[in-house]
Write a new protein. Structure first.
Length: 108
């Protein structure tokens, strides 16, 4: 909003022109680039799951009603934060779904 030139009020201060600033690199933080996504996909394909990820996958397969909460607590202990634990849980669920889809396609 334009400044009014008045000393008091919502838009107080010397009348100036608003500059358009270049976006800061921090505005990109957390977004996944194409190159990084490709690299991670290749690494996952070649290396497979980490031991703790295999344990989460096993919990998904065998878990009952409280599986989601147990998986979350386990992942949070290993990864350290709420957000990372939720993301990992969804990631491993996607891996499980892909495995089930491949198995279903293989039997037909």
């Amino acid at each position: 909003m334009a400044r009014t030139g008045y000393a008091k009020g919502a838009n107080s201060g010397h009348v100036t022109e608003q500059r358009d600033l270049k976006p800061k690199p921090s505005s990109r933080k957390g977004k996944l680039g194409k190159r990084t996504a490709l690299t991670r996909a290749i690494a996952r394909e070649v290396v497979g799951l980490a031991p703790y990820e295999r344990r989460i996958l096993d919990m998904i397969k065998t878990g009952g009603a409280s599986a989601d909460k147990r998986i979350y607590k386990f992942a949070k202990r290993r990864l350290g934060s709420h957000k990372r634990a939720l993301q990992k849980r969804e990631d491993i669920k996607a891996v499980n779904a892909q495995q089930r889809a491949r198995a279903a396609a293989g039997t037909k």
